[in-house]
Design a protein around this ligand. Sequence first.
Ligand SMILES: Nc1ncnc2c1ncn2[C@@H]1O[C@H](COP(=O)(O)OP(=O)(O)O)[C@@H](O)[C@H]1O
Ligand SMILES: [Mg+2]
Length: 276
Amino acid sequence: MPGTPALELRSVRRVYGAGPSATIALDDVAVTVAAGRFVSLIGPSGCGKSTLLRLVAGLERPDRGEVLVHGVTPAEACAAKLIGLVPQSPALLPWLSVLRNVTLPQKINRGAGGRRARLPGFTEREAAPSVAHTRDLLVRAGLGEVVHRVPAQLSGGMRQRVAIVRAFGLRPDLLVMDEPFSALDEFTRESLQDQLLDLWEELRTTVLFVTHSVTEAVRLSDTVVVMAPGPGRIVETVEIDLPRPRGERLLRERRFHAYEDLLRERLRRAWHGGGA
Ligand SMILES: Nc1ncnc2c1ncn2[C@@H]1O[C@H](COP(=O)(O)OP(=O)(O)O)[C@@H](O)[C@H]1O
Ligand SMILES: [Mg+2]
């Protein structure tokens, strides 16, 4: 429905285990993400970022509070294929070519359009992108030369590129990414950020992105949510008021560094006050 946030978490709590050894992975977490926004979660290891993503993707349920994706439960949203997930390491099918790794899930998903149309405020999604369009996405992602190769013949960065094109190719309404670039070298990482921004600026899918990197968070996001551990919680939400597209030149500007400094300072504070 118009005005319904793409994502809403209300007073969410998630506890693992019981008794004195219980871990409060998330406590009283509230997040609202408007459709089309790029939101990053940043915070030290163990502050509940992956837990939050699993709750959004419907892989786990909160012990308290509520999670809504476009106004429905994550389970309903998953059934209607509203949610796309890019994990830390790309899960490609090893026996399929790059092109088939992207087009096969599109074919499998074709039946989900009807379910999507039954949700309030949704219409049936236009047909899956044509193979020509998919090829074009792969070419733009720098994979034009390798569309007929199998994953074992690709570098790690190329495999993650394929995973990103595949996720966008499914046209999810909400794309959830858990540190997708953390295993890559810095150069590859920057070029994948370029690719991600390029696709996002064209398709305006809502993105929830987890990262350890302050620079990456500032470059990619409209909003950065700073989290702290013990218990996992949100300590600050920072709006990144920088123009787009965010090319290489912006990365060297003082206003970009000012946001990096601000986030680093908030993270330091969150870390030292972590036991609160
Ligand atoms: N399945 C689980 N069982 C027990 N504890 C868990 C489980 N998953 C996560 N935790 C704990 O919950 C906390 C948050 O974990 P996680 O969401 O993975 O943090 P992050 O992704 O920010 O590093 C950590 O203390 C972690 O050890
Ligand atoms: Mg994690």
